[in-house]
Design a protein around this ligand. Sequence first.
Ligand code: FES
Length: 198
Amino acid sequence: MKQGSNGHSTPQWHKKIAAKFEPLPQYLIPVLQFVQTEAGYLPPEAMAATAEFLGVSESNVYGVASFYTQFYFEPRGRNIITVCRGTACHVRGSATILQDIEKRLGISAGGTTPDMNFSIETVACFGSCALAPVVVANTTVHGRQSSSSANRIVDQLATETSAPATRKKPARKVKKTKAAASAARGKKRSGIQKSNRA
Ligand code: FES
């Protein structure tokens, strides 16, 4: 049975989709959004299951998915660095910022690092031209960026992503019950007697 990179086969995707949606073609976009939320992208197994479940052709499913920029056909990194390439950002140096981030991560725009920690993307305009040049790290918008400030953001995310979760376990307080306290007293007493006998 063919498995997707997230472990689901076409029948498994079919089951997951059927548990949430009616088998009607008008649910195509909500189904694709659901799959992307679940898998982080649109695996081919899920695309086949979507077509089968909604009773539409696979080429129709791919056609709709590729029309919208919100859908991805490849797994993306844990951190998404998006550099604005609009005019306002371009005249303020976004091309150099992008080049330097590409150099720092060793990938080109549209690519993902082999460890899946970062993807670089570009966008035509964020609609925040007054803040140009703009870099968005995941969901945080950073305005008036330079190569060095943008790379500091990348470094910060790299540190956070590679840092192990080190939540300190709080020390467990042991409440002494009356019985435990008297047992401890008894032990102490027997220890004294023993040492007296010795
Ligand atoms: S051109 Fe970059 S935010 Fe508009």
